[in-house]
Design a protein around this ligand. Structure first.
Ligand code: ZN
Length: 423
């Protein structure tokens, strides 16, 4: 562990620390930002005696933060800001998170914890493939590696051939990426005759997109690595809110820094452990943009608050199933793109790239699933995929398109999995 004093803290002491830091966070909001104070119904740290008292506070949404662009919810003086990161949302006003010096240190610490949870130490060489810029990924992986003392290959996004060359030239042991990027690496490696067995790379840390278990095992098999699922978002202070450890029995959330609740997204009611709902995050150690009960839109469940076999005591959540925003509704049935992905990735004949297209044809919803294939597939493939889709949704896809490899667009950053033409 990088900070065992926090990572393996006994639960009673951990709860005490959470209460202390939550009160401090509320005091900071009250002292620095009158409109934010009003937004939390003028409540103060006096409300907090037990950790459950957080439920007295209202929920905050992405739209609240958007309306506050750029510094409406900031709780430090602008002269204290070192830099900001911006949410990568596709539409509308962006969300800005300004970081103070302490925020950058907090980020470096939790990211170093994540690296150690994935088995790294200061001897490792880390290749950082997310971009360095408004998107938080590049810098987050950078600060963590620097805090740990590992060697950094700061290549950033794109240039896939050069990425492969650097893996070899710099004897990289760990690669970090947006979850769909490893598939692109594999694709280019195959074309160029690059052999992952010939390089020391053995750890991958991926996140920022929902990736199914099936895609995960595909990446692990093709690259010959062990992968770790990292979570976090610009609003919470960037990547590094949590990661799974080598036991791979859920994602540890750094509870001394983040208080997590799961709610029913319809009613806002807090759900018991084990039940699936929307993750709510309260930050306990952030200055620039502290969050009180922020709706992340991520769907997950708390799977355990018991100590893990790795020795860490922080609670564990299930791998993210989807974002509320990504939820698709066709013919009245709700589902996540990752569920279609699971069906496709189970079949080794099918390629790594797919796209779901939804449109209205003659007034009714129509679902097309396009997927690249490595080889010609017969009508049996079509009927078996559609049978699985029927089992899941209660209706068949209107069309299944099996396309030659490299037909679907490759875009920098997050993959475009869904095209909804109804809007
Ligand atoms: Zn663990």
């Amino acid at each position: 562990m990088f900070q065992p004093e926090f990572e393996s803290m006994e639960r009673g002491a951990l709860n005490g620390l959470q209460i202390e830091r939550l009160k401090k966070t509320l005091d900071r909001i009250n002292a620095n930002n009158a409109s934010y104070t009003k937004k939390i119904n003028n409540l103060t740290s006096k409300e907090i005696e037990r950790i459950e008292d957080i439920q007295k506070f209202p929920l905050m949404t992405k739209d609240d933060l958007r309306l506050g662009y750029p510094y409406g919810f900031a709780c430090a003086h602008p002269s204290e800001f070192m830099r900001f990161h911006m949410s990568s949302g596709t539409t509308g006003t962006p969300i800005i998170n300004p970081f103070t010096r302490n925020d950058i240190k907090q980020w470096g610490d939790i990211m170093a914890r994540c690296y150690v949870a994935a088995g790294l130490n200061s001897e490792d060489v880390v290749q950082i493939t997310p971009s360095f810029g408004l998107f938080n990924g590049g810098f987050g992986f950078h600060y963590g590696a620097e805090t740990l003392g590992a060697m950094i290959v700061p290549i950033g996004a794109g240039r896939t051939s050069l990425q492969l060359q650097f893996l070899k030239d710099f004897q990289v042991t760990c690669i970090t990426a947006i979850a769909s990027y490893p598939l692109r690496l594999v694709e280019v490696a195959e074309k160029e005759g690059f052999d992952f067995k010939g390089v020391p790379l053995h750890i991958g840390i991926f996140g920022s997109e929902v990736w199914s278990d099936e895609m995960r095992s595909r990446i692990e098999n093709r690259m010959g690595i062990e992968t770790f699922d990292i979570i976090g978002m610009t609003e919470t202070g960037g990547v590094g809110l949590g990661i799974d450890c080598s036991a791979h029995e859920g994602i540890h959330v750094w509870e001394d820094d983040y208080l997590v609740e799961i709610i029913d997204p319809e009613t806002g009611e807090v759900l018991p452990d084990g039940e699936e709902g929307e993750m709510i995050v309260t930050t306990l150690n952030r200055e620039g943009l502290p969050l009180i009960r922020y709706r992340t839109r991520d769907i997950t469940a708390i799977i355990s608050r018991d100590p893990c076999s790795c020795g860490r005591t922080s609670l564990r959540i299930a791998r993210l199933k989807g974002r509320n925003d990504d939820m698709l509704k066709i013919k009245g049935v709700a589902f996540y793109p990752s569920q279609i992905e699971s069906i496709l990735m189970k079949r080794k004949e099918l390629g790594n790239h797919y796209q779901i297209v939804i449109e209205k044809i003659k007034g009714r919803d129509s679902l097309t699933v396009m997927v690249e294939t490595k080889e010609d597939v017969g009508p049996e493939m079509s009927s078996s995929v559609n049978a699985d889709i029927y089992d899941m949704l209660g209706f068949h896809a209107d069309k299944l398109d099996f396309l030659p490899e490299e037909t679907l667009p490759r875009v920098p950053g997050k993959a475009v999995r869904v095209v909804d033409k109804r809007q």
